[in-house]
Design a binder for this molecule. Structure first.
Ligand SMILES: Nc1ncnc2c1ncn2[C@@H]1O[C@H](COP(=O)(O)OP(=O)(O)OP(=O)(O)O)[C@@H](O)[C@H]1O
Ligand SMILES: [Mg+2]
Length: 267
């Protein structure tokens, strides 16, 4: 076990009631070096969220081994070293926006860790004006931005983000991608990021893990050889387009090799 990487070896996971012949994850091997930014991309249902939940210590694998910097995911989670932005924002409905963001910071302060200032975090995601509103008074995209601000507030060693920007308009999405890159550079966090956007994966990542569905497997790991720091100008770099083409080609093969004809439901 290495203390400078997340190591996944032979990870297999079937949900209760699921078909054991088609596990959600099937013998997945993955390496995420410390301080790398790695994206997972692949067809819906290929196990991306399941993999994040295993890394967060929220699901147990049926077989295989998972180590986060030489420790177990459960221990990392208990030490508040892992932050998860889930696919649907899990905010506490009885706390206003500011208190939702401040919550992990308060827990962290008790644990003696440095914590992000909730007002600063809210202005980072452009929500300083709704600090006193409650989650039900916000749009889905705004709720997601609160969840993002909260995860940053933990200043975790590992940040797991499950399609965090998918409910946002393009302008906000691009702004938050740049914010995330600045924070990641600043905080030396290791990020595992799930997205369906090839452009987003290439803009942000050091490596892109292309997954195939049914059962979920790692199809290919593609390096992104674009210089850092990356700003808004990165989209004009011809190298970005070359990597995008490679990711799309890989996804195409992963898609064709993964889906059996009986999975295709006529609409
Ligand atoms: N709690 C659960 N109980 C039973 N089956 C589940 C559960 N969660 C996920 N699954 C199944 O496991 C498989 C992988 O699901 P998962 O949510 O990890 O996929 P995903 O890659 O994140 O998909 P998407 O891109 O749509 O978010 C799917 O077949 C899904 O139906
Ligand atoms: Mg998912």
């Amino acid at each position: 076990m290495s203390d400078d990487r997340i190591e996944v070896r032979g990870l297999t996971k079937t949900y209760e009631g699921g078909d054991p012949a088609r596990p959600a994850l099937d013998r997945v091997d993955l390496d995420v070096p410390r301080r790398h930014f790695v994206s997972l991309i692949g067809p819906s249902g290929c196990g991306k969220s399941t993999l994040l939940r295993v890394l967060a210590g929220l699901e147990r694998p049926d077989a295989g081994r998972v180590a986060v910097f030489g420790s177990t995911p459960e221990r990392m989670c208990a030490a508040k070293a892992v932050g998860l932005v889930p696919q649907t924002p899990a905010l506490l409905p009885w706390l206003n926006v500011r208190r939702n963001v401040a919550l992990p910071s308060r827990v962290n302060r008790r644990a003696g860790n440095a914590a992000g200032d909730p007002d600063e975090l809210l202005s980072m995601v452009g929500l300083e004006d709704v600090a006193r509103k409650y989650p039900h008074q916000l749009s889905g995209g705004m709720q997601q931005r609160v969840a993002i601000a909260r995860a940053f507030g933990i200043r975790p060693d590992v940040l797991l983000m499950d399609e965090p920007f998918s409910a946002l308009d393009e302008f906000t999405r691009e702004a938050l991608q740049l914010h995330l890159l600045r924070l990641w550079e600043h905080m030396s966090t290791t990020v595992v990021f799930v997205t369906h956007s090839v452009r987003e994966a290439v803009t942000l990542s050091d490596e892109i893990v292309v997954m195939s569905a049914r059962p979920g497997r790692v199809h290919e790991v593609l390096p992104v050889d674009l210089p850092r720091p990356r700003g808004s100008g990165v989209t004009a770099d011809p190298r970005l387009h070359r990597v995008e083409d490679r990711v799309r080609a890989s996804l195409q093969v992963a898609w064709e090799s993964g889906a059996a004809p009986d999975d295709l439901v006529p609409l």
